[in-house]
Design a protein around this ligand. Sequence first.
Ligand SMILES: Nc1ncnc2c1ncn2[C@@H]1O[C@H](COP(=O)(O)OP(=O)(O)OP(=O)(O)O)[C@@H](O)[C@H]1O
Length: 328
Amino acid sequence: MTSTALTGVDVPSGASTPAALAASTRGLRKTYGHTVAVDHVDLDVPEGSVLGMLGPNGSGKTTTIRMLLGLVRPTAGKVELLGQPMPDGAGHALPDVGALVESPGFHPFLSGRDNLLRMAAAEPRLATSDIPGAVDTSLERVGLSGAARRRYRGYSLGMKQRLGLAGALLVPRRMVVLDEPTNGLDPAGTREVRTIIGELNASGVTVLVSSHLLAEVEATCTHVAVLHSGSVVAQGELAELLESGSPALMVSTPDGPDAVDALRQGRIPARLTPEGVRVDLTATTPPDAIAALVHAGVRIQEARRARTGLEDLFARLTQQEPEGEVGS
Ligand SMILES: Nc1ncnc2c1ncn2[C@@H]1O[C@H](COP(=O)(O)OP(=O)(O)OP(=O)(O)O)[C@@H](O)[C@H]1O
C-alpha cells in the first residue's frame, strides 16, 4: 500500500501496488467569496479502509465531505466516488453510500422511526415491504429502539446523531461517510459507534469518518488524512504515519544543558526542547543514553518515548488552535 507524506512528517513510500480507491479528489478547491474553504486537496480513500479525516475547526473537513457526496459543487478540481465523477454521477454512486452529515433534514414533529420510514422510502434499493424491517433493524443497531417513537424535536444531540447514523445504515452499503459521528455522544455511545465502524470494516465496507480526536482515530481507523487550512498536510496508513519520524527519548531533567553536553560527548545526538531533552535513538538505546546521563551526574526526573510522526504533527497543528484541540 502506498502512503503519502506531504508536509510535516516523513513517511517512506511503499513499493507495493497502489490500492483501488473507493473515493478520491484531485486539485479540489472550494471558495466562498474570499474564503478559501478547501484548496488543492488530493485525497485518496482506499477501498476497504477506514479513513479518519482530522483537522482543526474550519480546516475544510465538512466542505470536502460535502463535495465528495455531491452536495456542494467544487470551484475547481475533480471528485470521484465509487468510480463515478461527482456531482454528475451522484445518481449512480449515492445508492451505495450511506452518509451522516450535518443537518440530515429530519422533521422535528415526526418520531425518529417515522423520520427513518420517510428516509427509507427514498432508498432505491429497498422494496416497500422491506422498509419497516430495515428501519427497525437500523434503530436497534444504533441503540435507539427505546426512543424510536418519540418526537425528533425532543431528542438530545446524541440521539439525533444515532438517528442520522441509523439512516446511513438502512441498507447494506459499499461506503459509509460519517461527519463527526461521535459529536454529542457519551462514552458508551462513542464505543458503540466504534463497534459499528469496526463491523462495517470487517464486512468490507469503506468508511470515511471525520473526528476531532487522534485517540479516536487511532482506535478505529486504518488510514488518516490530516487537514489544515483547507489543505491535506499528511495522509497515509495510520500505522506508518504514527511510526514515521526518528525514534526518540524525552528526558525531563533540571540539568538540561549539562545533559545535552554529556550526550553529545558520547556522540549521541540530543537537543533541548520545551518538553525536555530530546535524545535521538537512531544510533543508541534508552538504557545506554540514560547510563551516559547518570555517569555525567545528570539528575533525571522522567524518561519516556517521545511522540513521533502523526502524533507530533497533530500536536503541532492543534497547539495553534485556541481551544487546544482540533475542532468538530
Ligand atoms: N456555506 C458556506 N459559506 C461560507 N463559508 C463557508 C461555508 N461553508 C464553509 N465555509 C468556510 O469554509 C471553511 C471550512 O469550513 P468547514 O466547515 O469545511 O471546516 P471543518 O473542518 O468541517 O470545520 P468544523 O470542524 O468547525 O466543522 C471555514 O472557514 C468556513 O467558515
